[in-house]
Design a protein around this ligand. Structure first.
Ligand code: PEP
Length: 251
């Protein structure tokens, strides 16, 4: 049976007092989850806080980005080794905001995923098409290319230890969720593409859906055959919403 997950992406939100309250509530309630893993990817300065509140709880934590370099003169960057020191389990790579706003290309995303794996953590590799690409009918081509570059770089060993997230760009932070059928179609395509590389990896790799997931639509999305949970932005900042989404992932 595949791992089920609900991963919060706080983006550049939060402050110390609000984080305490949110993390405390999530840690307390996540004890009731039986099979789903809850995780929160927080801004770098809050990793120590997440570690201190969540250590010993059922909730994992992680980063939202990472340098592809292990160390050196890269002002402002944070290495995978540094994230590991703060107990991160997951690191998001290739989020569409990184691709669109910070110019990250497929090759850089692949290097970042490799850097995360090299430190024994799990990259959550994001792929997804823009609205214009969907309207041009090239969704599969786009996500296939994004996945292909990473797969070539990581090989079967690396892929086996990774998580994929399908995040249609037009659904992120817009309130416009993909229908369960739209999500399932792309997840099935991705799983098929993985199967051409390695059947057992395709069968075991969690593929998360991200894009305006809320408590109200999570169960329907996560009920689809190839949707193994979610990557959640806005709704992960509200404890009750995030916890309801975690419960939906728990099934
Ligand atoms: C995200 O940040 O990856 C995301 C999916 O955001 P939202 O849930 O707010 O659409």
């Amino acid at each position: 049976m595949r791992q089920r997950l609900a991963v919060g992406n706080w983006k550049m939100h939060g402050n110390l007092p609000e984080n305490w309250a949110l993390l405390d509530k999530v840690a307390a309630a996540a004890g009731g989850l039986s099979r789903a893993i809850a995780s929160v990817c927080v801004p770098f300065p809050y990793l120590a806080q997440a570690q201190s509140v969540l250590a010993g709880s059922k909730v994992a934590w992680g980063g939202q980005n990472v340098s592809q370099h292990p160390k050196g003169a890269f002002t402002g960057e944070v290495s995978a080794g540094m994230l590991r020191e703060f107990g991160c389990r997951h690191v998001i790579v290739g989020h569409s905001e990184r691709r669109q706003l910070f110019g990250e290309d497929d090759a850089t995303v692949a290097l970042k995923a490799g850097a995360v794996l090299a430190e024994g953590m799990v990259p959550i590799i994001c792929v997804g098409e823009t609205l214009a690409e969907r309207e041009r009918g090239v969704t599969e081509e786009v996500v296939g290319r994004q996945l292909g570059v990473v797969a070539d770089r990581l090989g079967a060993e690396g892929l086996k230890a990774s998580i994929l997230a399908y995040e249609p760009v037009w659904a992120i932070g817009t309130g416009k969720t993909a229908t369960p059928e739209q999500a399932q179609a792309v997840h099935a395509y991705l799983r098929g593409a993985l199967a051409r590389c390695d059947k057992s990896i395709a069968a075991s790799m969690p593929i998360l859906y991200g894009g305006s997931v809320k408590a109200a639509n999570a169960a329907e999305l996560f009920g689809m055959q190839d949707v193994d949970g979610g990557l959640i932005g806005g709704a992960s900042l509200v404890a009750e919403e995030f916890l309801a989404i975690c419960q939906a992932a728990d099934g």
